[in-house]
Design a protein around this ligand. Structure first.
Ligand SMILES: *Cc1c(COP(=O)(O)O)cnc(C)c1O
Length: 372
């Protein structure tokens, strides 16, 4: 027996975790600084951790009231109707729900390159095809409506990431609005705001009031520190938001995630400290790394290490050579080859101590790797 044709499918390549790397190198996981997956440097919201503990014994029940309460709290925080909040297991899960709701077989989605792998993966699972638009390194990955419209060909869903991971650039609200305006009526523009808390710019939620063709993705994985719980949501236009009830997996967000999410939403102190730390670390990375960096609105900075040529033979590129070398010195950063940026690494902002250590190690590696 064979499952269906998977020739267009790919496997998601996550940033490497601490246990995996430590095991491979025969070292103590505690001795590593992990700055490869844009996780929260300060841990999880303490209020969320308390909530998980308090409700642990309640997991014999299906999450009914906790889901309703969380959706209402999120809706209230954005001044939306509850139907407009599509709760899901992670932002990734929300992408699946969106594609279930939007795509007919053969519909296309338009995604950025570099970009986030799961848009295309999810679209393909839902019988969609994938086209790409390019953000240009030479242009500092500038995000304008024209950059997208140049490649646009009537796709059903168009993805924008703002702030963009791994590059850090943002698309101004006015440009998102123009993009929505100039694409077809039946094209939905999805703005992925996984990192919006770290940015100085306003959320594109402002566009939801007037438009039926913009949706916004948010997650609890980054600023709230709940990546391990899998919790995210899509904000959708009022006119068709009720479709969620027909496409979602029942109880897909678990009881403890809902309780933790509710607690985290009111943990302003934690989010404020998280954002302040990330902004400090961003500045520190820009200022002290001995390689060109790109402006970032997120909790990470993209670094151009093309000056560092791989030392060995084989197909290794500069990004993976530098990432391998920093890893041997106990600092795990993201090699950006899988994003289509083989000459770059992405460094997640850490605590002050972690960030200083990362800079020291990356600079030492850059100084050692022979010039091209
Ligand atoms: C982290 C991230 C998400 C959401 O991830 P989840 O953990 O599934 O919520 C979405 N888009 C981008 C670009 C991300 O980096």
């Amino acid at each position: 027996m064979e499952p269906r044709d998977r020739s267009s499918y790919s496997v998601y390549q996550a940033g490497r975790g601490i246990e995996e790397v430590a095991r491979e190198l025969g070292r103590d996981p505690e001795s590593f600084v992990v700055l490869s997956s844009n996780e929260n440097a300060l841990g999880a919201s303490p209020a969320a951790v308390d909530a998980i503990r308090d409700h642990a014994a309640g997991v014999n029940r299906y999450p009914k009231s906790s889901q309703v309460d969380l959706v209402e709290a999120i809706a209230e925080s954005w001044d939306l109707a509850s139907e407009q909040v599509w709760l899901a297991p992670g932002g990734d899960g929300a992408l699946d729900y969106l594609h279930r709701a939007m795509l007919d077989p053969g519909d296309d989605v338009l995604v950025p390159r570099p970009g986030f792998a799961y848009y295309a993966m999810s679209a393909r699972y839902h019988h969609g095809d994938v086209a790409t638009y390019s953000l240009s390194k030479a242009d500092e990955f500038a995000q304008t409506a024209d950059v997208v419209l140049d490649a646009y060909d009537g796709e059903r869903v168009v993805f924008v990431i703002s702030p963009h991971s791994p590059v850090g650039s943002e698309m101004p609200t006015s440009e998102v609005e123009r993009l929505a305006e100039e694409t077809d009526d039946e094209t939905l523009v999805v703005v992925d705001e996984a990192y919006a808390e770290f940015s100085e710019s306003e959320s594109k939620r402002t566009l939801l009031g007037e438009r039926e063709d913009v949706a916004i993705l948010r997650t609890f994985s980054k600023a709230y520190g709940l990546a391990g719980l899998r919790l995210g949501y899509m904000m959708t236009p009022e006119s068709w938001a009720d479709v969620y009830a027909r496409v979602n997996t029942p109880f897909s967000v678990n009881e403890l995630a809902c309780r933790a999410g509710l607690a985290a939403l009111s943990d302003d102190e934690f989010v404020t400290e998280t954002v302040e730390t990330a902004r400090w670390a961003r500045d520190y990375l820009h200022e002290h790394l001995d390689a060109p960096t790109f402006e970032s609105g997120g909790n990470f900075v993209l670094v151009d290490v093309s000056g560092a040529a791989p030392s060995g033979e084989g197909e290794e590129n500069a990004g993976s050579a530098v990432a391998d070398a920093t890893q041997r010195r106990g600092v795990i950063v993201r090699d950006c080859s899988s994003f289509g940026l083989p000459d770059c690494i992405r460094i997640t902002t850490g605590t002050r101590e972690e960030t200083e250590r990362a800079v020291e190690v990356v600079n030492r590696v850059l100084a050692e790797v022979p010039e091209a």
